[in-house]
Design a protein around this ligand. Structure first.
Ligand code: 13P
Ligand code: SF4
Length: 333
């Protein structure tokens, strides 16, 4: 591993990233789906809601966002005076791609009596067309604060939307987007895995389809899944979300065993997010060195998108899961 980092122009990338972080007064934020080396060098590792809060609160001049584009855009919308860099600008998201702003605007126009409750996995344009943004950890809390008779469009994730409809009994109009990563889990393979590990609970992200969620003992955000793993009594957990989260679990709970739920081919490689995987230590180093590629958002659009994000941050309140694993590191902000 270490040798690999030395191979990029002969530099010690870890040391160089540390040097640049201090020199540029930068904070490195990373999502749980990032490669282990990026999670380990980050100042803070979190789920989408926690990363938004960190981006809003940081005193750093530069935010280096190891995640996907909609996450870095959220950081820029909330912290416009900061320089926000994303190591690879092609780090998109299938949910964002499934919801082109012009089609979403037409859908909204066709349902003028509905408000748009929108998953954070979308473009800044779609945020600007929405009333309230939610993350997987805040969606239930926020939905409970909306009047029962309020008509709601929920997009772009039909799996998270469907889960909320089943869980809360609220009727919502669902946009038909999916996460290609969570769609790839196989019910048949999951059942075979459960049979091999009788008694091991299944923790699943709500972006999974209902056939997977039906077998889950716990459904929640990435942070929620980590907290479930921490609190569970047994020593083995089947994890139905992007497998890089297992890095944090293994670090925090070395005595427990975490098994990634399989895709249709019986192994879980097809569940690695191809967008998250674009970020590397080399690209993070270049992003800190050059302060590029940089997220820029036109001010009118930023202000429109900020309204729905502010609504989320207000309404999510102190949404927290059980237990707090805390930041991976606490430097930088
Ligand atoms: P979390 O908010 O649970 O971290 O989810 C983000 C995401 O993109 C999951 O695919
Ligand atoms: Fe998007 Fe799915 Fe990747 Fe999350 S795991 S960033 S929802 S494609």
């Amino acid at each position: 591993m270490t040798a690999l980092y030395h191979s990029f122009t002969g530099l010690d990338l870890r040391a160089e990233i540390d040097r640049l972080r201090a020199e540029k007064n930068a904070v490195i934020l990373a999502h749980y789906y990032q490669k282990p080396e990026l999670q380990d060098i980050a100042d803070f590792v979190g789920d989408s809601l926690d990363l938004s809060r960190k981006a809003q609160a940081t005193q750093a001049d530069v935010i280096a966002f190891c995640g996907v584009r909609f996450m870095a855009e959220t950081a820029k919308i909330l912290s416009p005076d900061k320089i926000v860099v994303l190591p690879d600008m092609d780090a998109g998201c299938s949910l964002e791609d499934s919801c082109p702003p012009e089609q979403f605007a037409a859908f909204r126009a066709a349902h003028p009596d509905h408000i748009a409750l929108t998953y954070i996995n979308c473009s800044a344009e779609v945020k600007g067309l929405s009333d309230v943004i939610v993350t997987s950890s805040s969606a239930e809390t926020i939905l409970a604060k909306l009047p029962r008779d309020q008509k709601i469009i929920f997009g772009p994730d039909r799996n998270l939307g469907g889960y909320l409809v089943r869980k809360t009994g609220r009727d919502m109009l669902l946009w038909p987007g999916v996460c290609i990563v969570h769609e790839a889990f196989s019910e048949t393979e999951l059942l075979k895995l459960k049979a091999r590990h009788p008694g091991a609970p299944v923790a699943a992200h709500p972006e999974c389809p209902a056939v997977i969620l039906d077998h889950a003992d716990y459904v929640g955000s990435t942070r929620g899944i980590l907290e479930f793993a921490n609190a569970m009594a047994g020593d083995t957990l089947i994890v139905a979300t992007e497998p890089h989260i297992i890095h944090q679990m293994a670090k925090a709970m070395p005595g427990k065993r975490f098994i990634g739920a399989p895709g249709a081919d019986g192994n879980c490689n097809c569940n690695i997010c191809p967008y998250m995987a674009l970020n590397t230590m080399e690209k993070l180093y270049v992003a800190l060195r050059d302060l590029e590629p940089r997220i820029e958002i036109e001010e009118g659009l930023r202000l429109r998108a900020k309204k729905s994000l502010d609504a989320m941050l207000d309404m999510a309140g102190g949404t927290v899961g059980r237990g707090d694993l805390g930041p991976a590191r606490v430097t930088g902000d």
